[in-house]
Ligand binder design. Structure first.
Ligand SMILES: *Cc1c(COP(=O)(O)O)cnc(C)c1O
Length: 351
């Protein structure tokens, strides 16, 4: 693989100022698809791309991305959490969006090289990590609506701070009754760019009403919980953990899958099912909506403290993180940072 090292490495930001996705490392991985085949991946200095204004992705959004993390653990090893699953999901998404699949082994090897080169950027303070953003975009320069012939795959890296810098604070989530995220048959289960643009307005309106994110309902009946912004959702009802089944409009989160496997391992009952808003408000009224939490790469596990429904605010578990939510948070972050035994073989070392 061709590697061109940066001649002017950047100064690294202070750990306390990292936040999420604000700083980028010195190098990136680029791999082009031209004339029906993939060129070799290359590592190059991090720099802007030059794109013709007619480039497909800028007009019709034929583009997908992924999000995963690398950690520097207590032994100083660099590891990733279930990276292969992200690339498998990305290839599935590529097929849905008429984009070419790539060789996962090749991309994994190239990503490991990139991580070795930018290893000094991986923070090691508790809760910090290196966020990895693989992206695939359509590159044809032409305004006809058609699947592009040429593509660019790239990976950029961003050191990110502890998601909960001020402790695990529960979030406030509004059940979205006007807008929908994804109908059956649409692109809800793909991390494609347009899904996020389409969700911005509802999120913005919810924030003005004092909520942090929205809980999307199914597009057809507007009755069943689907997911939250960039997180899957779980409800603990009368001791049973329930999460919406993957019906086609919901993103199949890797954290979601990890949560389900951990719950089964712990012997805590878990169901992938349909959960109506009615069931949630009934459970709440009967004192049986014990806990609510979201799952996703960025926050790992995010307790929900308030659910806004039918113009009311339902306060969950006294706005505190519940027992099952805490247990999952500890187990998952423990496995990710090497503090706990990797019983499921989820952790991949880069060297
Ligand atoms: C990325 C994402 C998730 C969470 O997926 P993870 O693989 O757990 O990070 C959930 N919902 C949406 C819409 C997403 O984009």
């Amino acid at each position: 693989m061709k590697v061109t090292l940066s001649k002017n490495p950047k100064n690294k930001p202070d750990v306390s100022s990292l936040g999420f996705g604000k700083y980028f490392t010195d190098h990136m991985l680029v791999m082009d698809y031209i004339g029906g085949k993939w060129a070799d991946p290359e590592i190059v200095p991090y720099a802007p791309f030059s794109l013709d204004p007619s480039t497909c992705v800028l007009h019709y959004g034929q583009g997908i991305f992924e999000g995963l993390k690398a950690y520097k653990n207590e032994k100083g090893e660099v590891t990733m959490f279930r990276p292969r699953d992200n690339f498998i999901r990305m290839n599935k998404g590529a097929t849905r969006m008429c984009m070419p699949n790539f060789d996962i082994d090749l991309v994994m090897a190239a990503l490991k090289e990139l991580l070795k080169i930018d290893e000094s950027w991986i923070p090691s303070a508790p809760g910090t990590s290196l966020y990895i953003r693989p992206t695939l975009i359509a590159k044809d320069e032409m305004l006809g609506v058609h699947p592009s012939h040429d593509y660019r795959f790239f990976i950029i890296l961003s050191p990110v701070g502890a998601y909960y810098s001020t402790g695990l604070k529960p979030t406030k989530i509004l059940v979205e009754e006007e807008y929908v995220r994804a109908p059956l048959g649409g692109t809800g289960e793909v991390k494609c760019m347009g899904n996020y643009a389409a969700s911005l307005l509802a999120g913005d309106l919810a924030r003005r009403r004092g909520f942090e994110q929205v809980l999307w309902l199914d597009a057809k009946e507007r009755k069943y919980a689907e997911e939250v912004g960039a997180m899957n959702i779980f409800f603990v009802i009368d001791g049973v953990v329930k999460t919406p089944a993957l019906v086609g409009s919901i993103l199949a989160g890797i954290t979601r899958d990890s949560v389900i496997k951990l719950l089964k391992y712990e012997g805590i009952p878990v169901e992938e099912t349909r959960i109506s808003v009615e069931e949630l408000s009934d459970a709440y009224k009967n004192g049986k909506l014990n806990e609510v939490f979201g799952s996703g790469t960025a926050a790992v596990i995010s307790p929900v403290g308030v659910l806004g429904m039918h113009g009311k605010e339902y306060i969950i578990n006294n706005f505190e993180m519940g027992r099952i939510t805490s247990l999952l948070y500890d187990r998952l972050t423990g496995i990710q940072c090497g503090r706990e035994k990797d019983i499921f073989n989820w952790v991949t070392a880069i060297n």
